[in-house]
Write a protein that binds this ligand. Structure first.
Ligand code: ADP
Ligand code: MG
Ligand code: MG
Length: 207
């Protein structure tokens, strides 16, 4: 079974709850190697997405993803807003006008999201950013593409968890944390952590 616009909206609502629950954790991670606003930034953005969905759920999964994108881009300053906004925008473009998204389409959307983040932020794997969560998330999702939407998202979330954890040992080369260089080693990247949280929330919502 595929995922409808209502399913996408429900997943975004779950994501907003998870981000609200982890707001302080994300702020603390960003305080260590950045400017202590990542949890606030994302919480503001996802609360605005929920408000927009309350006003009316768009007709297609692509339109829901586009609503998330434009909301994040307009409401979230800093690095993460435009990067996540681009991810949802590229995913939206990939989904076309389908009423239901299947597992294979979801993998394609995730690939487009990763490519969008990399096009916008120029980070590659190993730079200690959200890209380090997204790359293994996509690999794991590809491995599960023959299964259900929930299986794809569960695999992606597992990959993102492992990828986020890998940032602890990396020297950041993009974003604010790169200003610290070697001194940032030993710290989890906040954006990689939030990517893992978002994918876990989507996976739970799809079950
Ligand atoms: P800011 O650093 O502007 O305060 P946030 O704190 O909201 O923005 O987001 C920081 C996160 O954004 C980082 O932890 C990292 O994962 C991600 N990030 C920053 N720059 C880039 C980039 N060029 N490419 C990919 N991700 C990036
Ligand atoms: Mg910050
Ligand atoms: Mg900031």
């Amino acid at each position: 079974m595929g995922c409808s616009a209502e399913g996408f909206a429900a997943a975004l609502r779950s994501a907003a709850e998870v981000i609200a629950e982890h707001r302080a954790e994300l702020v603390d991670l960003d305080r260590a190697i950045g400017d202590a606003d990542h949890g606030e930034n994302l919480n503001r953005g996802f609360a605005a997405i929920v408000a927009a969905l309350d006003a009316g759920v768009p007709q297609t999964p692509a339109a829901v993803a586009k609503l998330a994108a434009t909301t994040l881009i307009s409401k979230v300053g800093g690095a993460a807003g435009p990067l996540y906004g681009t991810a949802f925008l590229r995913a939206s473009a990939k989904l076309g006008d389908a009423a239901e998204v299947d597992a294979g389409q979801l993998v394609e959307a995730l690939r487009a999201a990763l490519e969008g983040v990399q096009a916008r932020g120029k980070a590659v794997g190993g730079d200690a950013t959200m890209v380090d969560a997204l790359i293994p998330a996509l690999s794991a999702a590809e491995g599960a593409a023959g299964g259900s939407v929930a299986e794809v998202l569960t695999a992606a979330a597992g990959g993102a968890d492992r990828g986020a954890e890998s940032t602890v040992d990396l020297v950041p080369r993009k974003g604010r944390a790169s200003y610290l260089g070697e001194r940032a080693v030993g710290h989890l990247d906040p954006g990689a952590r939030s990517t893992a949280l978002l994918l876990r929330a989507f996976a739970e919502a799809a079950r």
